[in-house]
Design a protein around this ligand. Sequence first.
Ligand code: HGY
Ligand code: MN
Ligand code: MN
Length: 399
Amino acid sequence: MARCRALAAVSEERGRLTRRFATPAMTHANALVGGWMAEAGMIVRTDAAGNLIGRAAGASPEAGTLLLGSHLDTVRDAGAFDGPLGVLVAIACVARLRDAEVGLPFAIDVLGFSDEEGLRFGTAYLGSRAVAGTFDPALLELIDDDGITARDALAGFGGRPAAVAGASRRDERILGYVEVHMEQGPVLEERGVPVGVVSAIAGATRAEVRFAGRAGHAGTVPMESRRDAACAAAELVLAVESAGRRTAGLLATVGRLSALPGAPNVVPGAAIASLDVRHADDAVRAAAVAALRDAAVEIAMRRGVAVDWQPRLDNPAVAVDAGLTEALARAVRARGVPEVRLASGAGHDGVALSELCGIAMLFVRCADGLSHHPDEAVSADDAEVALDVLCSVVTGLGA
Ligand code: HGY
Ligand code: MN
Ligand code: MN
């Protein structure tokens, strides 16, 4: 817990926690966490995609590698636990097994993924996709708010853009990926249990929608002749909200909205809205996204503005590995915790890693279900239960 707090002080911004992919703050975070990995006896490296990897060798190389961990990047104005909790519990697990002289046939790699949130380049899982061998080189051309490409950002960070494909673990024997993560929802608190077993991860679509109208003088352009891009975007925001409200299980959000050029006395000639749509059923999500895209076109036509819909992410719902998940559930029951299984509305690096190996996730109760917020909180007692469960799963896999 102290480590989570120490890591939360490593930010790009004064007064709040923001730590984007391939930034100096991530360099600092990797150094701090890498030191803790080394203290746990692991060999520490950073791969071409900027992922931090701590390795604890196994007794027999042919037994393969178990992947643990989570992400070290954050959203803007983040809390201390979304991502780091999973990395630090995994490190504590390796340290505890070493101290108990538990010899395992397989190796353990603890991964601190470099870009789960996708804050800097609007997509997600740049690091975990590289590990899974599904990284599309076109992603390196994405540009951040300062006009820097992902390629240049990664190179400046000390990554190796040309070698990202080499970060793939596809040609190795990977036993699976087990991630501990705060729940980011209210279920475990409502059920009165410290941990829960994830049953599936909802599918997600992200897009960037740009409206182009005509800028003009706020004091002289008559209202009836305006082509105000911000008003078009505002209509889309409300269309997104009503789609979410009227469709069971659909979560639809515009989290980022800009009116350009951004002067109070200029009619916005351009506007940009982000889109984030989630659902457990891929067909429902796809239909909702298609309907919103049609709505954007209708709004643009009616208002005499242009619209450009840029897809950023399209992840199907992901199933968890039955064997690994059953091992998690057994360990939860053995720890004396009533077994609660729950689906994840939030995305996780396991979405990307599910293309590489079987995945399983253990959720940890969080206060008020709050996350993506500086007040997100996990208790030390619940983190301890998660550590106990993870250690017993890992030990069980080695038995
Ligand atoms: O957006 C998500 O679901 C995750 O927090 N990246
Ligand atoms: Mn998150
Ligand atoms: Mn997360």
